[in-house]
Design a protein around this ligand. Structure first.
Ligand code: HEM
Length: 509
């Protein structure tokens, strides 16, 4: 026992009964306190690993790019499951979605369906008209505020946009339905966070008692029923109307595609996976939940950084004006020529990853990390601290500076040099906002044009100013607690129109 203990990664002192090291995190943002713990107790050689006992879960925390590279290159399979969580299990039809499904045949087949059929490049292209219409609606909302000289809540503005794009792409729904999804999602997030906490600390039976006694169980059940009623209605509506004809432009929304797959394959892609009603609902809900908040949070942080860095805002506006030409709406075809826009989005995701600890994973087998220096037993929860990795001084020059230029082609991670630009697709381990390996986010291709088009449109048509009396240095750049990490102080900015009145009329009609 002594020998294997010496092969465990470093741990902080003061491990309390029941809580373990949880008291180090209480009342603070987990990604920030885990980063502090890594700096303080991560060992002399800073191996990038820390082993904590968080309530009942033995937890490995990865905090540097080098440690993430070793983990994802050599041990990804061992760490490809997800820890069981009773609240999440209930909300996902028994973990029949992708995000929370344990590693196994269901997850493999469901992820294949998502990657090949729901989020392929062709499918994402087919949603271009939805993005264009919602970007125009976004601009016209901002224009009304600009003409009235009013300040705008950026959170409301960008959440309305991502919510509309995602619900239309997933379920063909708009208007009142999008509003219903928005309410369901806000309530689910609060309940999921509470459920996660109870489950993380207490053994199963005690966590179940805690949920019952506090009324949490009843609220979760109510929420599960509300979602189920809503998703059943959507499926029924889709089944009643004629399916999109083969080859029809777009081929329908995500629910259409799932129902068509079910008709074609009579129960899915093979053994261990059936596209039952529950699976269709779980996957549809997963797409909506995984896409809406993450993209909205990225846009809110992007606007906050631009407001704080007027030099970057001006440089970006110049690029957009140069590529998009005068007056007109930004066309998606132009986005690929906006290198600085892409660099800005990467820099935002480096400094403010919307899922700072990714989604927790769990190891299925013993793993010998860093060439056998450390042995991690099976059943260990894994947290990859993407927020800390984005600030790793061994991987980034001046990590606290917001400097998109570091991502321009030919620039090395830290800026300058001739290496290819760092990307966020899971092979550059210093930039992991979407994760890496088998569990990497399958939504990158969907998220990218949603983010780029919104940002280019908002910057094309308006200058964005801080409300009177607020200086860039006064801005609070700390995250709110929760599953995603928006700014803790919702961003408010004042749009000033940059487009001549004759063009702006087009956006009001
Ligand atoms: C800025 C936008 C987004 C960010 C930052 C983001 C981030 C993430 C992260 C960190 C993970 C966990 C990866 C891991 O465990 O290693 C994940 C998983 C996932 N994401 Fe995203 N995501 C975004 C947008 C989307 C979109 C638009 C969709 C779908 C339309 C989506 C669908 C999913 C799904 C289904 C998973 C689960 C994958 C699995 O467990 O195998 N995401 N995402």
């Amino acid at each position: 026992r002594r020998r294997s203990k010496s092969k465990l990664p470093p741990s902080p002192p003061w491990r309390l009964p029941l809580l373990g090291h949880l008291h180090h995190l209480i009342g603070r943002l987990p990604h920030r306190s885990l980063h502090d713990l890594h700096l303080r107790y991560g060992g002399r050689g800073k191996t990038g690993l820390l082993l904590l006992q968080l309530g009942r879960r033995r937890t490995l925390v990865v905090s540097t790019a080098a440690a993430a590279a070793d983990l994802f290159k050599h041990h990804d399979l061992a760490f490809s499951s997800r820890p069981h969580n009773a609240a999440a299990h209930k909300q996902t039809y028994g973990s029949r979605n992708v995000s929370f499904a344990p590693y196994g045949e269901h997850w493999r087949q469901a992820k294949r369906v998502v990657v090949v059929h729901l989020l392929s490049a062709r499918r994402v292209d087919a949603f271009a008209p939805v993005r264009a219409a919602e970007a125009a609606a976004l601009v016209s909302r901002a224009r009304r505020a600009a003409q009235a000289g009013e300040a705008l809540s950026l959170r409301e503005l960008v959440y309305g946009y991502t919510n509309a794009v995602v619900t239309r792409a997933a379920a063909g729904a708009a208007g009142a339905t999008a509003e219903r999804i928005r309410r369901l999602m806000a309530e689910s997030e609060t309940l999921a966070a509470a459920g996660f906490q109870a489950d993380g600390v207490l053994p199963d039976a005690a966590a179940a008692v805690f949920r019952r006694v506090t009324g949490l169980e009843k609220k979760i059940d109510g929420m599960v029923d509300d979602w189920d009623r809503f998703l059943s209605e959507i499926i029924a509506e889709h089944e009643q109307r004629a399916p999109p004809a083969p080859g029809q432009a777009g081929g329908g929304d995500i629910v259409d595609v799932l129902l068509q797959l079910r008709r074609d394959q009579q129960g899915g892609a093979g053994k261990g996976f059936e596209l039952t009603d529950d699976a269709v609902k779980a996957i549809t809900k997963d797409m909506i939940a995984a896409a809406t908040e993450t993209t909205a949070v990225t846009l809110e942080w992007a606007m906050a950084e631009l407001a704080r860095n007027p030099r970057v805002m001006r440089k970006l506006q110049d690029e957009i004006a140069r590529v998009a030409g005068a007056g007109d709406a930004v066309a998606e075809a132009d986005l690929s020529r906006m290198g600085y826009l892409r660099a800005v989005i990467k820099e935002v995701l480096r400094v403010h990853p919307p899922a700072p600890l990714l989604i927790p994973r769990e190891s299925m087998a013993d793993a010998a990390l860093q060439g056998g220096r450390y042995e991690i037993p099976a059943g260990t929860t894994l947290l990859v601290n993407a927020w800390a990795i984005g600030r790793d001084p061994a991987a980034w020059d001046a990590p606290e500076e917001f400097r998109p230029e570091r991502f321009l082609a030919g620039g090395a991670a830290g800026g300058g040099g001739s290496r290819p630009a760092v990307d966020f697709r899971g092979t550059d381990y210093q930039l992991l906002p979407f994760g890496a390996g088998r569990r990497i986010c399958p939504g990158i291709n969907f998220a990218q044009p949603v983010l780029e088009l919104a940002l280019a449109s908002l910057l094309r048509h308006f200058d964005w100013e801080l409300p009177a009396g607020v200086r860039p240095d006064d801005m609070d750049m700390v995250e709110a607690p929760g599953l995603s990490a928006p700014p803790r102080v919702p961003l408010v900015l004042v749009p000033k129109s940059t487009v001549p009145y004759s063009f702006s009329i087009l956006y009001l009609i």
